[in-house]
Design a protein around this ligand. Structure first.
Ligand code: AMP
Length: 189
């Protein structure tokens, strides 16, 4: 049975780090929406050029673009054994689109982890990360966008079952150990 994992949480919560570890441990592809966008920008594609400013400002790329990118990625055969989705969905529209994609391909998510950390910790971690889009202004905007657009999804997935909240303000190993304990409980794992 495939293991389909969603990771929710603000930037700086450790989604990317934990997603890579889940991917390695369970042998399922790591699908990171931000990395897909960065690859488009690095390759200088039309799409990459279109989204660059939005990303640098700290705003969200349009739902239409994101849904199309993720739909294409989830259709690749390497997702047959499952996947760990990191950075998508970030809005209710995206979550609803994901539901209908899952219905189309006869799938569902196994578990949604909500990695939670205080804003000050997220802010600090992002400042130290110093990626090109990590200016103070952009960091603040992305945290604001997270609270407004993405945080409501915790409730959205809670009502669908299998939401597991995780305290992200701990060491990488402690967080991963808790994720593993939760995954052992997942019937499909
Ligand atoms: P990330 O690597 O997940 O931090 O994403 C980097 C940037 O890409 C974000 O700040 C957004 O501008 C954009 N992005 C990534 N995923 C999404 C998404 N699901 N919806 C809208 N914008 C996204």
């Amino acid at each position: 049975m495939p293991l389909n994992v969603l990771l929710l949480g603000p930037q700086g919560a450790g989604k990317g780090t934990q997603a890579k570890r889940i991917s390695a441990e369970y042998g399922i592809p790591h699908i990171a929406s931000g990395e897909i966008l960065r690859a488009e920008m690095d390759a200088g594609t039309e799409l990459g050029k279109r989204v660059k400013e939005t990303i640098e400002r700290g705003d969200l790329v349009s739902d239409d673009v994101m849904i199309e990118l993720i739909r294409n990625r989830l259709e690749q055969p390497d997702t047959d054994s499952g996947f760990v989705l990191d950075g998508f969905p970030r809005t209710t529209v995206q979550a609803e689109a994901l539901d209908s994609m899952f219905a189309d391909i006869g799938r569902n998510f196994s578990v949604a982890f909500a990695l939670q950390i205080p804003d000050e910790v997220a802010f600090d971690r992002l400042r130290r990360r110093a990626r090109a889009d990590d200016t103070d202004e952009a960091i603040q905007r992305r945290l604001d966008n997270y609270h407004r657009e993405t945080e409501p999804l915790i409730e959205y997935y809670r009502t669908r079952g299998n939401l597991v909240p995780i305290h992200g303000n701990r060491s990488e190993n402690e967080v991963f150990a808790e994720i593993q304990r939760a995954l052992e409980q997942v019937p499909t794992a």
